[in-house]
Design a protein around this ligand. Sequence first.
Ligand code: BGC
Length: 714
Amino acid sequence: MSRPRYRLLLTLLLALPAAAPAQNLDSLLARMTLEEKLGQLNLLSAGGRASAAQMQLVREGKLGGLFNVIGAENTTPVQRIAVTESRLKIPLLFGLDVIHGYRTIFPIPLGEASSFDPDAAQATARAAGLEAAAAGINWTYAPMVDIARDPRWGRIAEGSGEDTYLGSLMAAARVKGFQETIFATAKHFAGYGAAEAGREYNTTEIAPRTMREVYLPPFKAAVDAGAASLMSAFNDIAGVPSSGSAWLTDTVLRREWGFTGFVVSDWTSVAELINHGVAAGPSEAGRRALTAGVDMDMQSSIYMDSLPALVRANRIPMAVVDSAVMRVLRAKMRLGLFRDPYRARATPPVAETRALARRVARESIVLLKNDRNVLPLNRSTPMIAVIGPLADSKLDALGPWHTQGQPEDVVTVLQGIRSHASAAQILYARGAGIDDSSTAGFAEAVGAARRASVAILVLGEREDMSGEAASRSTLGLPGVQEQLLEAVAATGTPVVLVLMNGHPLILEWAADHVPAIVETWFLGVEAGNAIGDVLFGDANPSGRLPVTIPRSLGQIPLYYNHRNTGRPFEASNKFTSKYLDVPVTPRYPFGYGLSYTTFAYSNLKLSSARARASDTVTATITVANTGSREGTEVVQLYIRDEVASVGRPVRELKAFQRVSLKPSESRTVELRVAVKDLAFYGLDMKPVVEPGRFRVFVGPNSVEGLEASFECIP
Ligand code: BGC
């Protein structure tokens, strides 16, 4: 729908009837039939607009919410049925996967995590929420806060990468941003990112300590930030499906964390308890999920169809149903739906949202390599070859889960380069498709590279090669893109490789032979402008890797915060932890990223050499811009608990700060760490900070930096 029509709709909406005010949800519950109660727990997907059958369910009070209803012109009539034609006039939730933008598409979450800028994540979530709300949506299935240590898993693109601390900050920021207008859903609760072999929907084996320390904290952060809902995951953990785990949804989430919102299942994850082998049929599956604490049944229809009989037969206590219903009703109340069911909102100004998209896209770009300062490019370069299947692709720049993002809104890399180097002659050649096998376009690409003084190759994955159901068993460039890269590089013309991808890629040949590599993930509608800004030096790259980039597939899982083992790697000793055929180190470590300037670290000091568990230790360090351009450094603080009753990771990120410095400027940066945040789960599985020495590293990534230490005293 065009934007002026939204305004017209807004005016119309104001004249619509409101839901019956329900001052007292207890009295509302008391008036509900069993079917009406289970109806509130029933959630179905619409194909853009509600079907006649779904509208009838709404009329009968047998639906608590719908998702995938697109546009206020489609949500409004259904809401009108709910609040005027159904017996109890309870308003509906309208859900949608607004993952990284509604219409204005921002970088994919993994890209945005590269910014190490939770404020940016909050701003884009806020903007996405505003656009979605104007389209009638009141509930998003985001943020995805799954920690992912396996780049084969396609959904790594939707989260914040491998680190729990960064992931928790991003989770909280996104929840806050969305919830300025719509409800957020932290998903997928829990452990979904640990899918074995990176294969989508696969089983997981997560030790209780790892669960508590690595996978659960981002959910806790989302809950603490006020997340209205959580989504139960598809995976099982050692045989216990997350969508039927009372330990997860009841013990941890509600009892330990005090979560008062509601839990929605993932798409048919209630019915899938049958496939998991923990329920013989729909009734058992429904009973297992509901009694575990999964309040809303997405898309299985099992609660609605199979549970009435079980409740009537006293096989599910009415109190269990009532608790779930009350959690959903309270959420609707909290959202203001009883007062204002249509929540008419105007679409925010497009120009502002796009400016935000460009800024965050710039921040999300990671410069991986820049030998001989190939970058930034000179605007007066007379002839530039722009090559590759992603150079002028509008659709792919949107990345996975682009909701209502439209290809026509996208500025491609080719367009971005043209507008930044308007005087240059641009020779564009697609060269090859993303994953076809034809090399027919190589000659033209090689010819263009030969004539030009620099060749920019834009290579990577198709937008649907990451995201859900998009695991890959190899992480090179699909199709013949690697050969295209090598053929172009063989011309001797300097090559700048611009990557667009949702999976972290393993590109050893490029890392060894291509002078400049720019990781852009999928940046959304402003991709071309942001990439142009970076390639031509209007923006100095400041993104840092939120994931480890391996050298070889065989190293996976490879993550920076691993434990030391009893035989840590030693080059001179065969009988240490390593491979015969590949180094143990990654190609690019977590936290890594270059800039067009250089930074020097000096003078690391800790506020005290001894600290109690109740204290805060402040690290100060001088960071200087030693190059000739203004730039932003992400100063990172890691700790290592040297000796504990349980072996601790070799490094753990505990603080970071983005610091912008002019050439020759230096600043004393302060990073604070509360000692209580260094707790781990001890032998008795209770959180503890044990006395002893903590090493502190402050530097530009997870392997470099200066070191100091303090003693934790009882
Ligand atoms: C995905 C969820 C998503 C849901 C609704 C599922 O297949 O796993 O992340 O929110 O579909 O679209």
